[in-house]
Structure formats: C-alpha cells, structure tokens
Write a protein that binds this ligand. Structure first.
Ligand code: ATP
Ligand code: MG
Length: 412
C-alpha cells in the first residue's frame, strides 16, 4: 500500500484541524506528518485523504476511511491521561485515545492501534532493547572481514580502470599508511570516500583490495542487513564498529549499498533509517582526525543519498566507477583468466571488442559459464570453445534481462 502511494499519491489521515478551521494537520502511513491550508473542504480529524500533488494545498481528495489500515503495533505506555495515551513504539511516540475497556498503566508493554487505543497488555514491564542479544566484541568482529585464510586480493587482480585505482590509492591507501605524517603537517584527514557507479563495476572488490594492501582492518557493513538483522540495534552496532575501528592501527569501514540506509530523510524514509543516518553523521563528525580510519561507502544511486552525508568531513570525496572501456575489458579478461586453468591462447581481444556496455562482473561471469562447459565435457582446462560458449551464454542472459548491448547500456 505505502509503495503504491508514491506513484498514485500519498495516503494520509487528518490528525487535527486548527481552531479557525483553516489549517489541516495530517500524518502519513510512515508516521511522518505535515499540514496544508484548506478552503471550503471542511476536512475533520480522523478523515482519510489522498494527497495527489506535490503541494497538498492544491490537490487533496477524501477517500474511504477503510483505506487506512488500522493495524496494531507493540509499544510501551509513556503517558496516560484521561483522553489520550502516549506510547513509545519503535523509537517513536504515538498518540492513541485512552479507552476504558482495557486497564493499563504507564510502563506496561501493550498492543495498540491508532483508533482503538490499547487493545491488550502484553507485559507489566516495558520491553527493552537490552533484551535483544547484546552487541559485544564477538558481534563486532563478525563484521571484520578478510585476513587469514584466503589469499588476499591484490591490485594485480583488478583489471582495467587504472585511473580509478590510482585515485583510490591516493585518497585511501596513502593517507592510511602515512596518517601520522599527514597529521604532523596539519592536513585535514580524509574521513570518507564515496564509490559510485553501476552494479558490478568493482566497487566492493577495490575496497577489499585497498584494505588488504594498506594492511588495514576491514569492516564490511551491508546497508539492508543493518535493518533486517540488527533492527533496533543498528545505532549501537555502528557505534561499536566505529569504536573497534579506531582501536586498530589502520581501518576501513565499508558501507555497501549505503543508499538503502541513507536515502533522503524525507517523507518516505522510515524512522529507523533516519536514526541510523543521524547516528552515522554523528560518528563521522565525531571520530577524531588522526586519520587511521577511513569510511568508504558504495552506491549505485548517489542521487538518493542524503546530502548531509556529502558535507565536508563526511563522504566528501567521490570516486566514480565507469563501465569498462575496451582496453579495460581486455585487461579484466586477462586478469580474471589468470586464476583459471586455461589452454592458451584465448581470444581475449575478440571478446573485449564484443562486450561493449558490459560490467566487469558480467565479464567475470563468462568464466563461471566457461568452467561449467569444461566440466560438463570432463575437462579440467578451459578451451577456446568454452570461452566463446561462456561469452554467448552471458550475452543471452544480458539480453533476457533487458541489457542493451550498446555503449550507453548500463548493467542492472
Ligand atoms: N576490475 C575488475 N577486475 C576483475 N574482476 C572484477 C573487476 N570488477 C569486478 N570484478 C568482478 O566482478 C565481481 C563483482 O564486483 P563488485 O562486487 O566489486 O562490484 P560492485 O561494483 O560492488 O557491484 P554492486 O554495485 O552490485 O555492489 C567481483 O567479485 C569480481 O569477480
Ligand atoms: Mg558491491
């Protein structure tokens, strides 16, 4: 329902009307609120409306009250007055009518709905976030990746995009390695770098390589995970990760898919995401400028990022990852082939020429397909026909999911 409202208009409910009847206050499904001035429409509290235009003063329509789902939620009673009760739910205060049917007190954990008020008491005690698994060192270390077993990736594994690599080393590796000297000079430390570019262009891969090569601890946080898995604890988790990183000699904190956390904090942003962004801003502003920690955030939707994150001292440096050029593609194919058992010579030039608009990840996928073909044929080496077969398979997949095999085509 809320999804649809972004295209066909926004569902809202009138929460109050000013004394002179002119100003109408409303809330949206996501809990945000707003107001508009009415002339002659006579909206009243409790009515459900659809906001159709950018500016609600211009286009608002009454809709059936049933359009507003009266779902219930769980929270802790904070204030109980004769007429209204204030309940804290998911970090937000909500006002519901005080009813006479269910006895409850301040501090109770209750199930409640906007219209029916408290429907039952779930516990005499408030639920606390501390009931959730504690965020301890072990949890924090789960975000620390790389290191030990696997052969660390090196810059030699990363094909093409040489100017991107050069810039990233300059902005991240060098400052991390020489942060003490830079601090002595008095240079402002580089705190955050934003990696932008289409999917599969090597953003995550390069961040990992830099961490390994700079001998830095690497904390990898995926945007969606921080909400799904760590809901209610995301801020604490971020704090602990930043603390842990600061203790390291050098560290990179990598936020993958930052857009999922830090979309504009506007109408449609959820309360939880707003709090996480606020926390992130505080942490970025807070960590001192000794320069041993660099935050890298990756996104393929930079336009969706909250502008506050781009201010000086935050993610104010940007490195753009383009789709690979023909020379880049050749280099990527050669480098990715190196890790495999192949029978030379392979027609890399031909494939590079025929993969305009492909992302690096799509090029790498050729090898997966080629290996499957080789194995199906009981071989442990990739032959030229596997290579071409792999290329054709990936090409077909790209077409199926709507890629344009042109220069402007972007990988999705
Ligand atoms: N320059 C490159 N050289 C060699 N392999 C690459 C390169 N770029 C990407 N790859 C391959 O593509 C895979 C996906 O790349 P990666 O995950 O870094 O892309 P991404 O830009 O982070 O994508 P997304 O935006 O979808 O997260 C890598 O694991 C690697 O196998
Ligand atoms: Mg990535």
């Amino acid at each position: 329902m809320t999804e649809a409202t972004t295209t066909i208009g926004k569902l809202a409910r009138v929460t109050g009307v000013s004394g002179d009847g002119h100003r109408v206050y409303f809330e949206l499904r996501n809990g945000n609120s707003g107001w508009f001035d009415q002339d002659g429409d006579d909206f009243s509290t409790g009515e459900v409306i659809m906001i159709l235009g950018e500016d609600p003063s211009q286009r608002v329509e009454r809709v059936d009250a049933n359009a507003w789902p009266d779902d219930s939620w769980v929270g802790v009673v904070k204030i109980k007055l004769d007429d209204v009760t204030v309940i804290e739910a998911s970090g937000r205060y909500r006002k519901v009518p005080t009813g006479a049917d269910v006895p409850y007190e301040v501090g109770n954990t209750v199930e409640a709905g906007e219209v029916q008020g408290v429907v039952r008491v779930l516990s005499e005690e408030p639920i606390k976030y501390t009931d959730l698994p504690a965020i301890d060192e072990e949890v924090v270390n789960r975000f620390r990746t790389g290191g030990s077993s696997d052969r660390p990736l090196t810059f030699d594994d990363f094909g093409g995009l040489s100017s991107v690599v050069k810039r990233a080393r300059e902005l991240i590796e060098l400052p991390l390695r020489r942060h003490e000297e830079l601090a002595r000079i008095g240079a402002r430390a580089i705190k955050g770098v934003l990696f932008t570019g289409p999917p599969g262009t090597g953003k995550t891969m390069l961040a990992r390589i830099i961490a390994a090569q700079a001998d830095a601890a690497f904390f990898e946080i995926s945007g969606p995970e921080i909400f799904s898995k760590w809901y209610g604890q995301s801020e604490e988790l971020l704090r602990r990760i930043f603390d842990a990183a600061a203790e390291d000699e050098r560290a990179i904190i990598f936020f993958d898919e930052i857009d999922s956390v830090a979309a504009h904090r506007d109408d449609d942003a959820h309360e939880a995401s707003r709090r996480v962004v606020a926390q992130l801003l505080t942490l970025m502003d807070g960590f001192d400028s000794t320069g041993n920690v660099v935050v890298i955030a990756a996104t393929n939707r930079p336009q969706d990022l909250d502008v506050a994150l781009r201010r000086p001292g935050r993610l104010d440096w940007e490195i753009r990852f383009p789709l690979p050029s023909v020379e880049d593609r050749l280099d990527i194919l050669i480098k990715t082939a190196r890790k495999l058992q192949t029978l030379d010579p392979l027609p890399h030039k031909l494939v590079a020429a025929r993969t305009d608009g492909w992302s690096s990840a799509e090029l790498a996928a050729i090898w997966t397909e080629a290996s499957l073909l080789a194995v199906a044929d009981n071989r442990s080496d990739i032959f030229i026909e596997d290579y071409i077969g792999g290329f054709e398979r990936v090409e077909r997949q790209r077409k199926r999911i709507g890629h344009m095999p042109t220069k402007t085509g972007s990988a999705a």
